[in-house]
Design a protein around this ligand. Sequence first.
Ligand code: HEC
Length: 142
Amino acid sequence: MKWRYGLALAGAVIILPLAALAAGNTERAAILADYAAKARAADPGFAGFSAQRGAALFRGSFTGGDARTPSCVSCHTADPRQPGRNAKTGRPIDPVAVSVDPRRYTDATQVDKHFTRDCKSVLGRDCTWPERGDYITFMMGQ
Ligand code: HEC
């Protein structure tokens, strides 16, 4: 069993840098680096992004925003690999998982605009830098 673990680990070490060269990953990494720098500036104790926290933000139910959208999944659906539907306008939304669309989270202006708008709709406030990074980190594994 042990060698399998070693093999998987070696695989991850080799595959991750290769995957980083895939389309869109340079731009996404730059956005994440920017958010990390801002998170660290706001809180010197900032210890990195978490996919788990990102999942909790994505799936969580909140009050304070628009009653039609208590959650990110209200529009993006519980499975980010599936198409969503805008709970306000009824318009379809393309899947937001990076595995389905490698161009997701690569245009900083678009990403910033949607975080501000969508977080206000769900939480009644903008998302923090750690929340933004957590969310993108979660979507990179989806
Ligand atoms: C009212 C519906 C709605 C809700 C609720 C919603 N979104 Fe969105 N979101 C959209 C639409 C519409 C787009 C733009 C269409 C697209 O990118 O395909 C979008 C796009 C985004 C993008 C940009 C994606 C990219 O590739 O640039 C981010 C980031 C995002 N949403 C984050 C969130 C987060 C975080 C939440 C929950 C706090 C959330 N959204 C909740 C409708 C919504």
